[in-house]
Design a protein around this ligand. Structure first.
Ligand SMILES: C[S@@+](CC[C@H](N)C(=O)[O-])C[C@H]1O[C@@H](n2cnc3c(N)ncnc32)[C@H](O)[C@@H]1O
Length: 451
């Protein structure tokens, strides 16, 4: 359990503040320390399904808004334009930093209740980043770290020579570490909700920080959910948390943050979900790798490196070959084997062009389509994927057993998170291997019983 300290030692009472601002908080909703996930919301009594738990009026959420009329506003807007879209949390983070620095900010009761530190990997030591042992995440972490260092320079340049009255951060120094704090505060707590109605009737999707609501921890089996409603008699939106189930006394109030892989849980929220059904590993669809795997699986002279023209055609339909190709494929998650990889293997391991062309590609992509190109083909496909899994496991420098004994020795929080993360990635691979081994057994018994 970790209990990050808050920005100030004794922050104001958030529940009282939300009520004072015209919001509603169910009398049985309390902030509690006793969860394993830091602070959380807990029911102090029974709450029936359908009850409103928290209602926030429109002016309480913190959104990116910048007044271009004043200099400070336009400086902030200019800086925000330099943040790439995928790092939207940094954009709202600029607003958060501005409010954090402002004396008498409307949001101070909220901001002072935010954690002082975050366990996201941008704050890991170089050693712990390596401890993740998984290249796609290392890449993302390094990208974010690089961005923060470059953005620090942009911000410093943008703030140079400004008068105090024009300074968006009240004259305070802003560096990579404070930018990282703000980005993590937002990525771990903001929700993307409907913004204003656009002229075409659709709604824009805007990130916002929701005071008090963001004290709810995550579960894939939540008992509460966020809903947006039009306020009666006005055009303003209310944001509510509603009980999705009957809630018992002492139950934590839990929201589903999204069906995300552990890469995103760790990068954005600083935690890892054990046995996460949405976790997966990324592989590259590469002819040489596929040949190696299928040979290890007992296929004699596979032709992944030199597919026949009709097979290449299918590969390019699957965007695994040709100009606009995307060779990143995934194993694990709800699909178990990405449809593009499964169908590519089925097609390349078949030499029956006519049979392949009889099928819709969507059927060939589906694991529930039973051995569409024959049992022998399906067995070769599954064995090849199992061999791919063995190769992928071999890329991790340690085994799960080593990881577990390292954890038992007692390690710092960030090392523990890195080890948990890589244990989960390896478990995803092992689970896929187990599942496919079972399928191979079933298929082989079918083959022998029909033989
Ligand atoms: C929206 S905040 C929830 C309130 C937070 N616990 C606090 O102390 O302010 C999200 C953070 O809570 C923690 N958290 C939420 N759900 C979690 C879970 N299922 N497992 C581990 N940590 C969790 C993580 O630190 C995450 O970044």
């Amino acid at each position: 359990a970790s209990y990050p300290t808050r920005l100030v030692p004794h922050p104001p009472d958030l529940v009282k503040w939300v009520k004072k601002e015209g919001g509603f908080v169910h009398e049985a909703v309390k902030i509690a320390q006793d969860t394993t996930f830091g602070l959380g919301l807990v029911a102090s009594g029974e709450i029936p399904k359908g009850s409103d738990l928290i209602v926030l009026p429109d002016h309480v959420p913190l959104k990116f808004h910048s007044d271009r009329q004043d200099v400070a506003g336009s400086v902030l807007l200019h800086l925000s334009h330099q943040v790439p879209e995928e790092l939207w949390a940094m954009k709202l983070g600029l607003k958060l930093l501005q409010e954090r620095a402002k004396v008498g900010s409307f949001w101070w009761p909220y901001i002072s209740n935010l954690p002082e530190t975050y366990s996201v990997p941008i704050f890991f030591t170089g050693e712990d980043i390596k401890n993740l042992q998984y290249a796609p995440l290392l890449y993302q972490v390094n990208k974010r770290c690089r961005f923060l260092l470059e953005f620090e320079q942009e911000v410093k340049n943008g703030l140079k020579n400004l008068k105090l009255s024009e300074h968006p951060f009240g004259g305070q120094d802003v560096d990579a570490s404070s930018l990282g704090w703000a980005m993590s505060a937002v990525s771990s707590r903001a929700f993307r909700l409907y913004g204003k109605k656009l002229p075409d009737g659709t709604c824009s999707d805007i990130p916002m920080m929701l005071p008090l609501i963001d004290m709810c921890n995550h579960s894939f089996d939540p008992n509460a959910q966020i809903v947006q409603e039009q306020d009666v008699g006005s055009s303003k939106m209310l944001i509510k948390v509603v009980a999705e189930k009957d809630i018992k006394q002492n139950d934590p109030l839990l929201l589903n943050y999204g069906c995300l892989s552990n890469d995103f849980f760790l990068l954005d929220y600083g935690f890892v979900v054990p046995s996460n059904p949405y976790d997966y590993i990324e592989l590259k669809y590469d002819g040489a790798l596929m040949d190696a795997a299928s040979m290890a699986a007992g296929v004699s002279s596979p032709n992944f490196s030199a597919p026949a023209p009709w097979q290449r055609q299918v590969l390019s339909q699957l965007k695994l070959d040709g100009e606009a190709s995307n060779v990143k494929v995934i194993i694990g998650g709800p699909e178990l084997v990405e449809g593009r990889l499964l169908s590519a293997l089925r097609v390349i391991l078949s030499n029956d062009m006519e049979l392949v062309q009889r099928y819709d590609l969507n059927i060939l992509k589906s694991l529930s389509a039973e051995a569409p190109l024959g049992v022998a083909n399906e067995v070769a496909v599954f064995r090849t994927i199992i061999a791919l899994c063995v190769i992928a496991l071999g890329h991790f420098p340690t085994k799960i057993m080593d990881d577990e004994s390292q954890m038992k020795q007692g390690v710092p929080v960030s090392t523990e998170l890195a080890i948990q993360f890589r244990i989960q990635k390896k478990s995803v691979i092992i689970d896929v291997m187990r599942d496919l081994t079972k399928r191979v057994k079933v298929l082989s018994s079918k083959e022998t019983s029909t033989a």
